[in-house]
Design a protein around this ligand. Structure first.
Ligand SMILES: Nc1ccn([C@@H]2O[C@H](COP(=O)(O)O)[C@@H](O)[C@H]2O)c(=O)n1
Length: 170
């Protein structure tokens, strides 16, 4: 008897926090991020939402820069949303995004499964590239947004699969 292989589908993820450079991307002339930069975040948001995943994302929440919250409001919301999310996904940024690096520290401290999106051939902080020795994180090196989309579900599934395992200090 032959059996038909079941189609492989990525496991459902309840919620994701998506972070990355923000203030440095807001054009002072327009007060918002360029459409190209908005599209990168929108593409990843749509990717997750099309699978029924709730996406927490400050760039969309704050209308790409047109509706900045106060520092205290943004900090409280981001901290609460990272805590609520099943997975933390972020671009540390080139140049480095200060806010995202704070968020990476929070997510590590919370033991959150993490996927960090690093541009291929760019240089990043030692404490980002070394984080796999201390936390449940996958570092995904990419050359374009579509490469992220192709590889993201696999990386998310791997960190979720390891959630709850003790972290080996390297
Ligand atoms: N108005 C803001 C600014 C930042 N954030 C969060 O911080 C990260 C970006 O930090 P930058 O230093 O690059 O601005 C980003 O992941 C946001 O979650 C914010 O929520 N609101």
């Amino acid at each position: 008897m032959t059996t038909t292989p079941k189609p492989r589908t990525a496991p459902a993820v309840g919620s994701v926090f998506l972070g990355g450079p923000f203030r440095q991307l807001v054009d002072p002339r327009t007060g918002v991020m360029s459409s190209g930069d908005q599209n990168v975040f929108s593409r990843l948001i749509e990717h997750f939402e099309s699978r029924g995943t709730t996406v927490y994302n400050a760039h969309r929440r704050e209308a790409w820069g047109a509706e900045f919250l106060s520092p205290a409001e943004a900090t409280r919301l981001d901290h609460d949303e990272i805590k609520a999310a099943d997975v933390f996904v972020a671009f540390p940024g080139v140049p480095a995004s200060p806010g995202t690096h704070v968020e990476i520290g929070w997510a590590s401290g919370m033991g959150k499964p993490m996927v960090l999106l690093l541009e291929r051939d760019e240089d990043y902080a030692f404490l980002v590239t070394g984080l796999e020795s201390q936390a449940n994180v996958e570092i995904l090196r990419f050359s374009g947004t579509e490469e992220i989309v192709e590889r993201l579900d696999g990386a998310v599934a791997r960190v979720l699969g390891r959630a709850g395992e003790p972290t080996v200090i390297g």
